[in-house]
Design a protein around this ligand. Structure first.
Ligand SMILES: Nc1nc2c(ncn2[C@@H]2O[C@H](COP(=O)(O)OP(=O)(O)OP(=O)(O)O)[C@@H](O)[C@H]2O)c(=O)[nH]1
Ligand SMILES: [Mg+2]
Length: 231
């Protein structure tokens, strides 16, 4: 199995569409999901690098696992549902503290999913990009979370992390609205993050060159070659 160079984690309340976003990106489709149990990861090759994307469970009963999944993360995708204001509030109240175990230079993205329910432009399926807005059905649900609120939360996250707003990535770039259903902005989200975590990969590789870790497998094989081992 390929070894991941870097870790990206999807966090957020249950039902916001984390698993659907990952399916859309990796399988290019929107399919039925069941509520995630624990967590699972997908390995994506990005140029010469391997990126693990972790999908976590939003259900309260799995909350304790969140900080474990975030350990050593280079990017965290904090996901909410644009039709559910509480899902944004939960990010600050319940999920942000889980990211304390992430890398010190971890990148944060705020993602408002289900934009197809509120925005005409997000209703266009990928293969219908030539369709005129008039041919689309009206937007059904009221948008409960304006993008400005997500951007304000992003600024608060920077303060919580003790990061300087001026030298950090701007809210304008790091707050996305997506639709796993139509694919709207999904590739942009993941691929923007992949590009942004590359420096973290290079830094990790340099650190490993300076203080290499012990590979137990290699040690075991060498011991076996030498014959009998002792404590
Ligand atoms: N309209 C619409 N529905 C979506 C979208 N993304 C997900 N859904 C629906 O929302 C529900 C929850 O999606 P999931 O991807 O399972 O949500 P989750 O965040 O992984 O939930 P947990 O695993 O319980 O944490 C499902 O019924 C999806 O079909 C979207 O972009 N638009
Ligand atoms: Mg899920």
């Amino acid at each position: 199995m390929k070894k991941p160079d870097v870790k990206v984690v999807l966090l957020g309340d249950m039902n916001v569409g984390k698993t659907s976003l990952l399916h859309r990106y990796t399988e290019r489709k929107f399919k039925d999901t069941i509520s995630t149990v624990g967590g699972a990861f997908f390995l994506k090759q990005w140029g010469p690098y391997n990126i693990s994307i972790w999908d976590t469970a939003g259900r309260e009963q799995f909350h304790g696992l969140g900080s474990m999944y975030c350990r050593g993360a280079s990017a965290v995708i904090l996901t909410y549902d644009v039709t559910n204001w509480q899902s944004l509030a939960e990010l600050e109240e319940r999920f942000l503290s889980l990211t304390d175990t992430a890398n010190h230079d971890c990148i944060y993205a705020l993602v408002g999913n289900k934009a197809d329910l509120t925005d005409l432009k997000a209703q266009l399926p990928l293969d219908l990009s030539g369709a005129s807005p008039a041919s689309l059905s009206g937007t059904g649900l009221h948008k409960q979370v304006p993008r400005e609120e997500a951007m304000a939360l992003y600024e608060r996250i920077l303060r919580y992390k003790g990061l300087d707003e001026k030298s950090s990535l701007p809210a304008e770039k790091m707050c996305f609205e997506t639709s796993a259903k139509t694919g709207y902005n999904v590739d942009t989200l993941f691929e923007t993050l992949f590009d942004l975590v590359l420096p973290s990969i290079l830094r990790k590789r340099n650190e490993n060159l300076v203080s290499p870790t012990v590979d137990l497998e290699e040690y075991r094989e060498a011991s076996a070659r030498r014959g009998k081992t002792c404590c």
